[in-house]
Ligand binder design. Sequence first.
Ligand code: ADP
Length: 353
Amino acid sequence: MANLSLQHLDKIYDNKVQAVYDFNLEVKDGEFIVLVGPSGCGKSTTLRMIAGLEDISAGRLLLDGMDITAAPAKDRDMAMVFQNYALYGHMTVYENMAFSLTLRKEDPNIIHKKVLAAAEILGLTDQLNKKPKQLSGGQRQRVAMGRAIVRSPKVFLFDEPLSNLDAKLRAATRREILLLHKRMKATMLYVTHDQTEALTLADRIVCMSMGHVQQVGTPLELYDTPANLFVASFIGLPPMNFFDVTVEKDCLRNANFTLPLTKTEQKLLLDHIGKVIVLGVRPENIAVGNTVTLKVTNNENLGMNTLVHGFLQNGAAITCKLRGWCDYQAGDSVQVDFAKRHFFDKETTNAIR
Ligand code: ADP
């Protein structure tokens, strides 16, 4: 069992920088939580407070109901995997993985069994006698994970573990981490600035900006019903397009287009008639049609899809992800429709629901 309860956590560093404001989260046993947000938003600070590597300035942290707010890192029964692997260069893979257990003076036979079992899970059985410098980046990252696994901790903490890997290896290691989670059914908290990692790994995502939690939810919830403009622009690649529009009774209007509203949308926007709101449309929800005209600046052919970048007449930028291989030229006019539409209050930036 490993339930974590994060209650009103604040972090104020000695230089008075407040890195985290009122962070609340109930992590269920076996859950995979991903903290995502741009660099500097307070993800690592939050993880390090959980690990016991940073003091908690205010709030409470409970592990299975036990208050561990002030407990030293070594007493928290958590294992952390770092971006830079933090392996001992003079030790073999085997020794690196066994190190924490040796330190705890566990029975050598049990240590041996645990290291072999972890090596088996991670495909490192043939590498046990090598030194870290003889391994690839991906293998080193697996040794770092192996070191965490042998400890059978209650909670695994990952701080940007894939950042130093190239794109292909990152995708492969991401799948391995997912399989590892399924196999071990362990509680995991994972920090990344990469929204793809968040969407593909998480049971639930915590999206942060400037020390504040913006939204907590499943990947689909954050993708489909972002709580505000920040989450809408951060989750999804390429990012959502945004346009200022005036709400009329049965349509949205601006200098470029008039979009009829469905009955459901009319009801949703009833209180905003006459006001300017922000319309959000994901590139993948745009298709060739007849309501909006854009001027193409350039194409990016991705094989199955083409990213078409351009501008509307009033200069608003737009990116569409159109199906198939498109060969538009710069300056071409293309007419499109917006399928799924998101609405945001321009002042509060919150989604209109
Ligand atoms: P992230 O992990 O999202 O990139 P961090 O948690 O590392 O963000 O940092 C959040 C904020 O706290 C940043 O403004 C950063 O400059 C600041 N910060 C991080 N560590 C320290 C520290 N040891 N002392 C003072 N400020 C820090």
